[in-house]
Design a protein around this ligand. Structure first.
Ligand SMILES: *[C@@H]1O[C@H](CO)[C@@H](O)[C@H](O)[C@H]1NC(C)=O
Ligand SMILES: *[C@@H]1O[C@H](CO)[C@@H](O)[C@H](O)[C@H]1NC(C)=O
Ligand SMILES: *[C@@H]1O[C@H](CO)[C@@H](O)[C@H](O)[C@H]1NC(C)=O
Length: 225
């Protein structure tokens, strides 16, 4: 009889939400896990999308890439096959990868020559959560380490950003209960910048089909503790 157990290591994200960031009134933040599809809203869209241009920056100082120009998808970007423009001028991206995080800007250009910008930029920050495992072959008795990394446009260090936005990464079990350092089965740690967390555990027979998930949360500050 084989001692093998297959553990479901798909620890995937969970919070995919829109929230207003502190960086600007028109800014939105979207969290998504790698492999999923995402829709980035264009909050300044006009009645048709011919005026819509979508721009992308991975970092604050990286070159700006034009993804959609006046409603037409640019064919020369490495990601063009995964992109599409929604009927409401939102930007749809299929099969998100860890390279897709960053700042996306939606603009409207009007006038005969489309040279007049209408309204302010509408910016969406896309944050990508990616889970990986130290082991591809899984069996009982084996020690396995799961990694969960948040890829974000931070404009600085990940640490400062996570702290200022009160963002937290953590592991939960199948029942959605947060795993803590006090549970001796798990060694939980985080990188010094808090943008990677790891879960280390020795697999048991009863872990067959078990699932651990990495989640991200925003802590609301009510002004007192
Ligand atoms: C927008 O583009 C569509 C298709 O190219 C065209 O039929 C339509 O007239 C355009 N609308 C405007 C306002 O330019
Ligand atoms: C999604 O992208 C990954 C690489 O990032 C690729 O290996 C996989 O085949 C893609 N899946 C689909 C359904 O296109
Ligand atoms: C995981 O924990 C086991 C048991 O404590 C240890 O032997 C192993 O080195 C750890 N692995 C990693 C990658 O931390």
């Amino acid at each position: 009889m084989s001692d093998e157990c297959r553990v479901c290591l798909l620890g995937l994200i969970f919070l995919s939400s829109l929230l207003t960031g502190s960086s600007g009134v028109n800014d939105a933040h979207v969290f998504i896990s790698s492999g999923e599809n995402v829709r980035l809203p264009c909050n300044n869209a006009l009645h048709d999308c011919n005026s819509t241009t979508w721009l992308y920056n991975r970092f604050r100082d990286s070159a700006t890439v034009e993804l959609i120009c006046l409603g037409i998808k640019k064919k020369d970007t490495e990601r063009h096959e995964r992109l599409s423009l929604g009927s409401d001028c939102s930007l749809n991206i299929r099969n998100i990868s860890t390279e897709d995080y960053g700042s996306y800007i939606c603009q409207q250009w009007i006038g005969v020559n489309r040279d007049q910008q209408e309204g302010p930029d509408a910016r969406v920050f896309l944050h990508v959560l990616h889970v990986s495992s130290s082991q591809t072959e899984i069996s009982a008795g084996l020690s396995v380490t799961l990694f969960c990394q948040l890829y974000s446009y931070t404009g600085g260090s990940c640490d400062d950003w996570i702290r200022s936005e009160r963002i937290q990464l953590f592991w939960v079990n199948q029942a959605g209960v947060k795993l803590t350092r006090s549970d001796s089965r798990y060694q939980i740690s985080s990188s010094s910048d808090h943008c990677i967390i790891t879960l280390n555990t020795t697999l048991l027979n009863e872990d067959d089909n078990r699932e651990w998930r990495c989640e991200v949360s925003l802590t609301h500050d009510c002004g007192f503790e």
